[in-house]
Design a protein around this ligand. Structure first.
Ligand code: FES
Ligand SMILES: [Fe+2]
Length: 375
C-alpha cells in the first residue's frame, strides 16, 4: 500500500470517515502535503480523463501543444486528417522532451538534439547517422516501427481535449454521458467561441477550485454583485463522477435583468471528476474552466466562453462579458486562497464541516479523491 493510502487509512482520515449527518472535509494534507500531491500525480491524474486544452487553440495541421498531466509531459498534435492525437512528449532516442512550447511543426516533429524526426501520427521517419557514417544507416536489428512516439489515449469533445495516460479510465462516452444527458437538445456545432480568459496562477489547491464550483452555497454571499439568484432556487446534481448544481427558472428563455450584467438565470454547474468544469447559463451561454494543477498550492486557471446560439458578439459586448467573468472568478479565487491559508491552522486538522444539503456534492467529490488514491 502506498504512503498516502496508508495515511488516508489511519489518523488523517479518521475525522473524514466519522459517521453522522454532518460530515468532515478532507484533512489539510490533502491540500498542502507534498506526499499527497505526489500520489495525485502518480495515480489520480494518470488514471482518469483529464481536461488538458481547447481544440480551437490548435486549429491547423501540424499544430503541436505540450501539456502536463501531473508531471508527465504530453504532446497534442493535429494531423493532416484534422484529428488531434496525444503522445508522450518524449523523443524515443534519448528521451528528451520533444516539444517545449506551442508551435506548428509542419509535416514533421523533429527532435532538436540529434534530428530524429517523426510524422504527425507519431511514426519514426528518420534517424540520421544512427548506424554510422552513412546518414541513412541504421544499426542491425533496429526497427524504426518500434520506436515511434508513444501514444496516449486522447478524445476531443466539442472544443475540449481530454487525455487518459493509463489507458484504463472508463470509455470516454460513459465519462461525458452525465453532462451530455443534461444538455439534451443542445447543438454544440452551433456554439461560437467568445474568447478564452487567462486567469493566471491561483495560490490554491486545484481541489478547492473544483469544490467551489460544485457547491451553490457560497454564490449568494460571494457573488452578491453578479447574481441575485437565491440559494433555494438551486438543487444539487449528484450523479457518480458528475457533481454540481443547477437552477431551473419557470421559463428557461428568461432570466437576468436583460442587461447581461448578472448571472441570475437558469443554469447548470456541472463537473466531471477530476477536473472538467462546465457551466451552462440559459439562454445562450456556456463556459468551461481549464484548471491545471501545478503544485499542492498552485493552480493555473483559464476559462473559455461560448455563445450557444452562434451569436457573434461585437468587441465591446465580448469585453463586457469577459469582464463579468473575470470579476466572478476573482471573487472565487479570494475564497479559495483563504481556504488554502486556513489549512495552516491546527483548527483545520479535522477538515471543517460540510452542509449535508448544499455541500453533499462536495463530499462526493472528496470521496472520489480518496477512492482514486486508495485503488
Ligand atoms: S534525443 Fe532526440 S534525437 Fe537524440
Ligand atoms: Fe463562485
Amino acid at each position: 500500500m502506498s504512503l498516502i493510502a496508508t495515511d488516508l487509512a489511519s489518523a488523517s482520515l479518521e475525522a473524514f470517515n466519522e459517521p453522522g449527518e454532518v460530515k468532515r472535509g478532507l484533512p489539510p494534507e490533502a491540500y498542502t502535503g507534498e506526499a499527497f500531491w505526489a500520489e495525485e500525480k502518480a495515480r489520480l491524474f494518470p488514471n482518469n480523463w483529464v481536461l488538458v486544452g481547447f481544440a480551437h487553440e490548435m486549429a491547423n495541421a501540424g499544430d503541436a501543444m505540450p501539456v502536463n498531466v501531473g508531471d508527465s509531459p504530453v504532446l497534442l498534435v493535429r494531423n493532416r486528417d484534422n484529428q488531434i492525437n496525444a503522445f508522450h512528449n518524449v523523443c524515443r532516442h534519448r528521451c528528451l522532451k520533444l516539444v517545449d512550447e506551442p508551435m506548428n511543426v509542419g509535416r514533421m516533429l523533429k527532435c532538436p538534439y540529434h534530428a530524429w524526426a517523426y510524422g504527425l501520427d507519431g511514426e519514426l521517419r528518420t534517424t540520421p547517422y544512427f548506424g554510422g557514417d552513412d546518414p541513412k544507416s541504421v544499426p542491425e536489428g533496429f526497427d524504426a516501427k518500434e520506436h515511434g512516439l508513444t501514444p496516449v489515449r486522447c478524445e476531443v469533445w466539442y472544443d475540449w481535449i481530454f487525455v487518459n495516460i493509463s489507458g484504463d479510465a472508463q470509455p470516454f462516452e460513459d465519462f461525458i454521458a452525465p453532462v451530455k444527458n443534461r444538455l439534451q437538445g443542445m447543438d454544440f456545432d452551433q456554439a461560437k467561441l467568445v474568447g478564452v480568459i487567462d486567469l493566471g496562477v491561483v495560490d490554491t489547491n486545484w481541489k478547492f477550485l473544483m469544490e467551489n464550483f460544485i457547491e451553490p452555497y457560497h454564490v449568494q454571499f460571494v457573488h452578491a454583485s453578479t447574481t441575485d439568484q437565491p440559494l433555494v432556487d438551486h438543487y444539487i446534481v449528484d450523479d457518480g463522477h458528475c457533481q454540481g448544481s443547477a437552477v431551473d427558472l419557470d421559463d428557461s428563455d428568461e432570466g437576468g435583468d436583460g442587461s447581461g450584467n448578472t448571472l441570475a438565470v437558469s443554469s447548470r454547474y456541472l463537473t466531471l471528476f477530476p477536473n472538467f468544469v462546465f457551466g451552462r447559463y440559459f439562454p445562450d451561454q456556456m463556459g468551461v474552466h481549464l484548471n491545471v494543477p501545478l503544485g499542492p498550492d498552485k493552480t493555473l486557471q483559464r476559462r473559455a466562453i461560448y455563445m450557444t446560439d452562434g451569436t457573434e458578439l461585437d468587441a465591446e459586448a465580448a469585453e463586457k462579458l469577459k469582464k463579468l467573468w473575470v470579476d466572478v472568478h476573482i471573487e472565487d479565487h479570494e475564497m479559495c486562497i483563504r481556504l488554502q491559508e486556513g489549512r495552516k491552522s491546527q483548527v483545520a486538522q479535522t477538515g471543517g464541516v460540510l452542509s449535508p444539503h448544499w455541500e453533499r456534492s462536495v463530499r462526493n467529490f472528496q470521496e472520489q479523491v480518496v477512492s482514486a488514491l486508495s485503488e
